[in-house]
Design a protein around this ligand. Structure first.
Ligand code: SF4
Ligand code: SF4
Length: 371
């Protein structure tokens, strides 16, 4: 469906919701849309980023298919989100990666693998990949410290700049339809985003076709995954301080902050992403745009791959498999960072902006109005 068709369809379905108003207590989307009768592109993107795809409104809707009105707000808003990500992609040339997240990830991982293996060959030590390495500096005898750190910093900087530029375009458009900045709005929005306030869908959680009542499983799996990512991030930061400030060179003992935080993070990411993948299989795929579903699943598998290869490296670090496990893990991490601006990760940023706008407009107008 082209942009304009999507806008016309959104206008049609939102008009029905405005007349009905049954779902106004379900999430932030309905109080926001009820304040408008005409919807521009920025309004539609705002509503799309407020939606958490809990499917509560579809389950409750008396006008959902096979009714002739064919109201399907979760599918409509997932189409809007896909268009939003593509429209604000930086650089625009890479916007197509949103439609092919697997291809983008595999290409990035292969480039990283070729660079690492050929770097090892150029140093004249390819055998190091299949030789047990132990003691301080074991990892750096496989991939030298600077060859790890410099690409990691460059990739992180690229990823952060591309994502922030894209989300700032979105934020600027939202500013055009309302005053985004305001005391406490961003912090409150951050809390609503992290606490998944609106994932309850007006009740106990998300809806699945085979269940009569909403289920909280998606919320819990999401929380475990996010905590796992935070724990892995803390492990990386602590390891950097150990390495670059205290001069303690990796690998670290089992009972040390980097290994404990890293293990908790890895297990959390594995449990969270497996839980979300299992729930995804049980959800009705027809209630989301195809591209949006592919993006979700690809991102979960990528996170699972990073966590699983990290745990593999931990358990093989004193064996002959360490060199290969290290290269594979670094390839997954590099590909995750390189493709983050063109994957599901951007939803967290767009959602933060949309929630900030919603809370700010509520504070100004008392009703989340799009002005
Ligand atoms: S989704 Fe259906 S039930 Fe909910 S407000 Fe819209 S028309 Fe009414
Ligand atoms: S968050 Fe849930 S209730 Fe709200 S619009 Fe999205 S699917 Fe519907």
């Amino acid at each position: 469906m082209r942009d304009n068709d999507l806008l016309i369809e959104a206008q049609r379905q939102f008009s029905i919701c405005n007349a009905c108003r049954y779902c106004e207590g379900y999430c932030a989307v309905f109080p926001a849309l009820e304040q408008k009768t005409e919807f521009a592109e920025a309004d539609m993107e705002y509503l799309g980023s407020l939606c958490h795809d809990c499917r509560g409104c579809y389950q409750a809707c008396m006008y959902a298919p096979p009714h002739e009105y064919a109201v399907n707000i979760p599918k409509l808003l997932s189409q809007v989100r896909s268009e939003t990500y593509r429209r604000h992609a930086v650089p625009g040339l890479l916007a197509g990666a949103f439609a092919r997240p697997w291809l983008a990830f595999v290409v990035a991982a292969l480039v990283a693998a070729i660079a690492m293996v050929s770097g090892t060959a150029l140093r004249g030590s390819p055998a190091v990949l299949a030789t047990p390495q132990t003691g301080a500096g074991a990892f750096y005898r496989v991939i030298p410290y600077l060859a790890m750190v410099i690409p990691a910093l460059l990739l992180s900087a690229w990823s952060i700049v591309a994502m922030l530029r894209g989300v700032m375009r979105f934020a600027n458009e939202q500013r055009a339809v309302g005053n985004l900045a305001g005391e406490g709005s961003i912090l409150n929005a951050l809390w609503d985003g992290l606490a998944l306030t609106y994932l309850r869908g007006g009740g106990g959680g998300c809806f699945y076709p085979e269940a009569d009542t909403p289920r909280a499983g998606r919320r819990w799996a999401h929380v475990i995954l996010v905590l796992g990512i935070f724990s892995a991030f803390i492990a990386t930061m602590v390891a950097a301080v150990f390495q670059d400030v205290a001069g303690w060179v990796a690998p670290y003992p089992w009972v040390s902050a980097p290994v404990i935080f890293g293990s908790v993070g890895g297990v959390g990411m594995i449990i969270g992403s497996c839980g979300l993948l299992a729930l995804k299989r049980r959800s009705a795929p027809g209630l989301a745009a195809q591209e949006s579903g592919i993006l979700d699943v690809a991102f979960l598998w990528q996170l699972l791959g990073v966590a699983a290869t990290g745990m593999l490296l931990l358990f093989t670090r004193s064996t002959v498999l360490m060199g290969t496990a290290l290269v594979v893990h670094l390839c997954f991490v590099a590909a995750l960072f390189a493709t983050a601006p063109y994957g599901k990760f951007v939803h967290a940023l767009y959602r933060l902006v949309a929630l900030t706008a919603y809370l700010r407009r509520e504070a100004i107008n008392g009703d989340g109005e799009l002005r």
